[in-house]
Design a protein. Structure first.
Length: 491
């Protein structure tokens, strides 16, 4: 016996991260077999249909789709009630009893008595540029969490922001810290003299957490969006962010974090950095550049701070003969760093986000099969693997299934994973990952990115993962080198 509920609700909107969290929490309830709570975009409606939760009639992206399947009517009723409660709690937190929440950024900026200097936009991509433009027109900087914004709209927004003397962070900006306030996926780090300009969310989290572990804080972490250093965008936000940090009295050093930029944009950024009064270090990843940990260590030396021994739990299982490297990452920049370190030692490393096009790894998003493929590093946070599901920093399901498949294959492997802590991330990632690693019985190395002050607690998570047999490192570069040492010892 099974029961099903599908409904379309008008006049209700929540950002994708919140809806993914609701879907995950309700899906974990006893008796629930499938759940999707999402805006009714064509993509989400198609996903719902594949889950047997297709809505009747036409759906609009402005509507909220609630689809739940359960083993019986009682479980279904409880699950739908849980969805309603979660959504109602969100609405109560947004508005007082005698006031309705603003429906646009422009309205909010006009109505608030103490108007903020920064607006955050997290709406479906087709509408994000319009909301962000309202903030820019009102003379406010804006963080655009939304993805799916056309590149021409991004360029227009950033040019308008430059004329208005404000900053556009994003689109697809998942991490920022502004004057000590964490936005998106960010860690609890101390305030200090280092400003970070980042076209990489997890890269920014890695460097800010290492700085924190060394007793050095950040003034601001300004995310600029993953496309900002492309030729199409031309580094517009990066150049503006550099200028803003150069004018900030609290910022004594600046760090620029990115995957490899377009060569012409890299030159423009280097020229601008050289002209600033504030010293700038580059943490741009590439075959000929230092890893993120090495750049942080050099920056600490610049500041006259001793480089610490980075937190680690370096135990773990021995690797069997003939093992391959299997990297299962949630952070794209951390996955790239792992591949850049591994390729000179192992040779070709295949990936869904490869260093070279000929190493492209095509995988089924619904059930990634990584068995018997040689050395691989998969970015589970890539857009193709997050369609209709929560980011792996929130929901580990896809990665856990991949671990089980690798363990069941005939190809021995050393697992290399990242676990990113902080605001917005899984509240207890070790609770699910540790049993999966214990059951797999494979050598596992974890790059645990976070701080002791994070809600999850670095040491608490590290101890749980180490107890499951994993070697744990605060530095992704050190984790990768440890995995390579395990593979070398097994040859």
């Amino acid at each position: 016996m099974s029961a099903r509920h599908v409904s379309l609700r008008s006049g209700v909107y929540a950002d994708s991260v919140r809806l993914m969290q609701v879907s995950r929490d309700v899906g974990a309830r006893e008796g629930v077999t499938a759940v999707l709570v999402a805006m009714a975009t064509p993509l989400n409606v198609e996903l719902a249909a594949g889950m047997g939760l297709a809505p009747e009639g036409s759906a609009s992206p402005e509507q909220l789709l609630v689809g739940v399947a359960a083993t019986d009517d009682d479980a279904l009723a409880a699950a739908v009630a849980a969805v309603d409660t979660a959504l109602a709690q969100r609405e109560r937190s947004r508005a007082t009893a005698d006031a309705q929440p603003a429906r646009t950024v422009g309205t909010a900026l006009r109505d608030l008595e103490a108007s903020p200097a920064l607006a955050v936009v997290s709406v479906p991509g087709p509408y994000a540029a319009l909301e962000a433009a309202d903030a820019v027109a009102a003379g406010r900087s804006v963080l655009v969490f939304s993805d799916g914004v056309p590149v021409e709209q991004e360029v227009a927004l950033k040019r308008a922001a430059r004329q208005a003397g404000v900053l556009v962070m994003g689109p697809d900006c998942g991490t920022a810290i502004v004057s000590g306030v964490a936005l998106g996926f960010a860690n609890v780090v101390r305030r200090g003299p280092v400003g970070v300009v980042a076209a990489s969310g997890t890269g920014a989290q890695q460097v800010s957490c290492l700085l924190d572990a060394a007793g050095v804080g950040v003034s601001h972490v300004l995310g600029v969006g993953g496309r900002d250093l492309s030729a199409a965008v031309g580094g517009l936000a990066t150049l503006d962010a550099l200028a803003a940090l150069d004018g900030d009295p609290a910022t004594e050093r600046v760090l620029v974090v990115s995957k490899p930029p377009a060569p012409s944009v890299a030159e423009a950024v280097a020229r601008t950095a050289a002209s600033l009064a504030t010293p700038v270090r580059s943490a741009v990843l590439g075959p000929e550049t230092p890893d993120l940990t090495a750049v942080v260590e050099a920056l600490l030396t610049d500041l006259g701070v001793a480089v610490p021994e980075w937190p680690a739990r370096p135990g773990g299982r021995a690797a069997p003969q003939g093992a391959v490297l299997t990297g299962l990452y949630s952070g794209g920049t951390l996955a790239d760093e792992a591949m850049l370190l591994a390729a000179p030692v192992l040779g070709d490393v295949r990936s869904n986000t490869p260093l070279r096009p000929e190493l492209d790894l095509v995988i089924d998003p619904s059930a990634p099969d990584l068995s018997a493929r040689g050395h691989v590093v998969v970015d589970f946070g890539d857009d193709a693997l997050t369609v209709g599901r929560a980011h792996p920093m929130i929901d580990p399901t896809l990665r856990l299934e991949a671990i089980a498949r690798v363990a069941a294959s005939d190809q021995p492997a050393v697992l290399l994973l990242d676990v990113v802590l902080g605001h917005g991330a899984d509240p207890d990632p070790a609770a699910a990952l540790a049993p999966a690693l214990r059951a797999a019985g494979l050598p596992a190395v974890v790059a645990l990115v976070g701080t002791e002050a994070d809600p999850q607690g670095w040491s608490r998570q590290a101890d749980a993962l180490a107890a499951a047999g994993a070697a744990v490192f605060a530095s992704n570069a050190q984790a990768t080198r440890h995995a390579l040492d395990l593979l070398g010892a097994a040859r």
